[in-house]
Unconditional design. Structure first.
Lengths: 495, 320
């Protein structure tokens, strides 16, 4: 039961939402079917804990990781127990032998006696003793890890730190000190021996000194083994707790990150965020639709339907309201100055096409090009790639582009249309053709201008934002995902 | 204690049937429904934990069929409710029998004279009126819809709420009380508790994300497309007299089709239809001619057919 609870903790860290009620269900289910079969327990936990298909992959990964760890620990426990039993037998016989040796050599010198005692009996430090007896350390490691709050690990750079901390808690300090002192005394003794061997040739020291060395080497080796074990454990726990936590931090950071500072990897993550935001908007959208569904009472139909009830009005009939989804025409600047942001804006628009059926997308640098069909036909990656390759990074000409827009799309803009312009209004000193933009404004329901630059850099240099802004319902800086989400949710709410 | 006994009557009656997932799996097989171990485990847990199951998966993998076979297996009536946009509680839970209510008030009007005869003063009349049982809003005038039927059936029932994702979000919220406590509130009457706990199954094709509250109350079973071995067994039971070699070929080809980027991948039900058609046409071995002729049984979009047709030879080559 204990590790089911731990496992649930790990799932939560990885971003799955597991409620206490679901945890209880899982425990009940496990009680019914047991944990013996790995396959069964995997199914059972999936049934009770994983409610989203998207989480399935994460769950399977974690389950394998976690239960591999648990099973390994069990297996090694058993083996170690067997081995340590054997070892214990051996070491007992050994120690009795050495004791006999010691007895049979009562002639050994005083100094040697004291040294010999220190080394032949088990090491003085507790950890050393434990290692000497080949005890299973995994339980102790787990305990130490809990004391050191290993589950709070976030970054891979913390791994060594935690490994060190756990070693400390296990009593590594005493052990190292002992190893050091032994090394010292060995050196000291060997020099002594060297002298003494010059004085009397045959002495029992010859025998005991390799024995001491062996013991000391063994201790060092055992410590290295322990360190490995601790590191493995930390690694495994890091896999369970931290990898996904790191992801969470990253995503939070990304929501705030400026659009232009994203590298390629972040871009993929961003894509996921955008899709999530779009889904959020979709649910909002449908809810809004529902409150509108019931319209006015249709008196004529109601009376007709209730004629059977003596004219008393039981069944009401309603005039259904036509649902008018917002028509959106989106124009996106992909010229050199905004191309990095445009990628992202296009990405968002692409996702929005799933949400709102009537989105027409245009892009421009100097020519106005409709990309609605391209978006429909191509996958998101390919479409963006193609747009950026063919039209991205060219120099801007708002005048020419707007003229193109006039001939292509102005006729289809009516009072239900929202026009969204994504651009920085940097026109290379050319004629901005604000007259066309005025027409667009007058014909449409609303014109939104989203500018990827900060407000205070508008109208600097070749930016002619203030020439367009009279013909926009609102002009907003749009610098990160939060901005976009805010803008679009408002768009859906008031449309 | 009495209530408790009543509530788990479905399980007591069929205790031996649901003793373990393995038994469920093998018995379902006898009924012609081949399921994976995880499906059987889900049924087992649903019976023992008294929890609804939310079944998700691509269309045509047997989500609805699972509910049907469960009902047959447990000898319980299957009450099915198909969800759609605009479904509300008057269609799902209950409706008043307005016509009868109206008649009742008229009968009441006639009776009123008898009831009030001899009453002195207004106070006494009203007192008598109060004594007169008011049944305008009562069980008698209640027309039970699927959900209420499921709660009222004495021997338990299998309630199938089909394609819950098609219903509105409000309706989902309305189901929560039913799913967690097996009771519903009717404002005029009060709370109606289940006579015996039904086994509830919800299916979803994932056209929209369901609410977390709903998901939390259910076991979540995802049925994917079956693997080759399972599908082959399904075919063996569903289509009698199918040559085993042809069966393997069909299954392998379907598996390959599912890996292709199709608008709609062929589901199990389509595999079965196709196999039946091939049997009917006396096809002994898959060749490109027959596949081309019958492709429209498998693929329901012209785009998909156009995508697959030129590939048929290559696909078939891999089979031998």
């Amino acid at each position: 039961m204990r590790f089911v609870a731990d496992f649930i903790g790990a799932l939560r860290e990885a971003g799955l939402q597991v409620s206490p009620a679901e945890s209880l269900d899982a425990l009940k289910a496990i009680k019914l079917l047991g944990l013996e079969s790995r396959e069964t327990s995997k199914t059972v936990l999936a049934l009770t804990l994983v409610k989203r298909q998207a989480d399935q992959v994460m769950y399977e990964e974690l389950f394998d990781l976690y239960f591999a760890g648990v099973e390994k620990a069990k297996a090694s426990n058993k083996e170690l127990n067997k081995e340590s039993n054997k070892e214990a037998d051996k070491s007992e016989s050994e120690s009795s032998e050495s004791a006999l040796d010691a007895k049979s050599n009562p002639s050994s010198s005083q100094a040697d006696m004291s040294d010999g005692k220190g080394m032949q009996t088990s090491p003085r430090s507790l950890l050393g003793q434990a290692l000497g007896e080949n005890k299973d350390m995994s339980l102790a490691i787990t305990q130490a890890a809990i004391d050191e709050k290993l589950s709070s690990i976030v970054l891979f750079t913390q791994k060594n730190h935690f490994a060190y901390k756990i070693m400390q808690r296990l009593g590594d300090e005493a052990l190292s000190a002992e190893i050091r002192s032994q090394a010292n005394s060995l050196e000291h003794k060997s020099s002594l021996e060297h002298k003494s061997s010059l004085e009397h040739k045959s002495s029992p020291e010859h025998k005991s000194s390799p024995e001491h060395k062996r013991k000391q080497r063994e201790l060092v080796k055992a410590r290295a083994r322990l360190l490995d074990q601790v590191k493995d454990y930390v690694e495994q726990q890091y896999g369970i707790f931290a990898q996904h936590k790191g992801l969470k931090y990253r995503e939070e950071y990304l929501q705030q990150a400026k659009l232009s500072q994203l590298d390629r990897l972040d871009y993929i993550l961003m894509q996921r965020l955008v899709q999530r935001a779009a889904r959020k908007l979709a649910s909002q959208h449908s809810r809004k639709r529902l409150t509108r569904k019931r319209g006015q009472l249709d008196v004529r139909k109601t009376i007709a339907a209730n004629a059977a009830f003596d004219g008393a009005l039981f069944h009401t009939r309603w005039k259904a309201t036509r649902i008018e989804r917002p028509k959106i025409v989106a124009i996106c600047d992909v010229s050199g100055s905004v191309s990095r942001v445009a990628r992202f804006l296009l990405l968002f628009l692409y996702s929005m096409q799933d949400v709102m059926p009537k989105v027409r997308s245009f892009i421009f640098a100097s020519e106005m090009i409709e990309v609605t069909e391209l978006f429909k036909q191509q996958g998101i990656e390919l479409a963006l790639e193609e747009i950026m390759k063919r039209w991205g990074g060219l120099s801007t000409d708002y005048g020419k582009a707007l003229a193109g827009f006039q001939s292509q799309a102005l006729a289809s803009i009516d009072k239900k249309t929202t026009v969204i312009m994504l651009g920085d209004a940097r026109n290379n000193q050319g004629d901005g053709r604000t007259d066309i933009w005025e027409k667009v404004f007058r014909q449409s329901k609303r014109v939104l201008w989203l500018n990827p630059e900060q407000r205070n850099s508008w109208d600097n240099g070749d930016s002619i934002m203030s020439e367009y802004s009279p013909w926009c319902s609102s002009v907003e800086p749009c610098r990160n995902l939060k901005d976009i989400e805010r803008i679009f949710s408002r768009l859906l709410k008031y449309s | 204690m009495f209530i408790l006994e009543l509530q788990i009557s479905v399980i007591i009656k069929h205790q031996e049937k649901i003793a373990s997932p393995e038994i469920i799996q093998s018995r379902y097989e006898d009924l012609g429904y081949i399921c994976s171990h995880s499906v059987a485990t889900a049924i087992y847990l649903a019976c023992h934990l008294q929890k609804p199951i939310l079944i998700e998966g691509p269309p045509g993998v047997g989500k609805t069929e699972l509910a049907k076979v469960t009902a047959t297996y447990l000898n319980a009536p299957l009450i099915r409710m198909q969800c759609y946009e605009g479904l509300d509680e008057s269609k799902a839970l209950y409706e008043w029998k307005y016509g009868k209510q109206l008649l009742y008030t008229q009968v009441l009007k006639e009776q009123l004279g008898d009831v009030l005869r001899g009453a002195r003063g207004l106070d006494e009349s009203i007192a008598r009126l109060h004594d007169f049982g008011d049944i305008f809003y009562s069980q008698e005038f209640l027309e039970p819809r699927p959900l209420l039927q499921a709660l009222q059936s004495a021997d338990g029932a299998v309630l199938l709420i089909d394609e819950i994702d098609k219903a509105d979000q409000e309706f989902e919220a309305f189901l929560l009380e039913l799913l967690s406590d097996y009771q519903v509130s009717i404002p005029e009457i009060g709370t109606v508790k289940a006579v015996s706990t039904p086994i509830v199954m919800l299916t979803s094709n994932n056209t929209r994300e369901l609410g977390d509250a709903l998901k939390r109350r259910c076991l979540h079973l995802y049925i994917p497309f079956p693997d080759a071995a399972l599908e082959s067994r399904i075919l063996a039971t569903q289509v009698e007299g199918l040559d085993s070699q042809l069966r393997e070929q069909i299954v392998a080809l379907i598996g390959k089709l599912r890996d292709m980027p199709l608008k709609k991948s062929p589901a199990v039900s389509e595999t079965i239809d196709w196999a039946r058609a091939l049997l009917l046409l006396n096809v002994e071995e898959l060749d490109s001619h027959w596949v081309k002729e019958t492709l429209n049984l498998l693929l329901k979009f012209q785009d998909d057919i156009e995508l697959v047709e030129p590939e048929i030879k290559a696909l078939l080559k891999g089979l031998r």
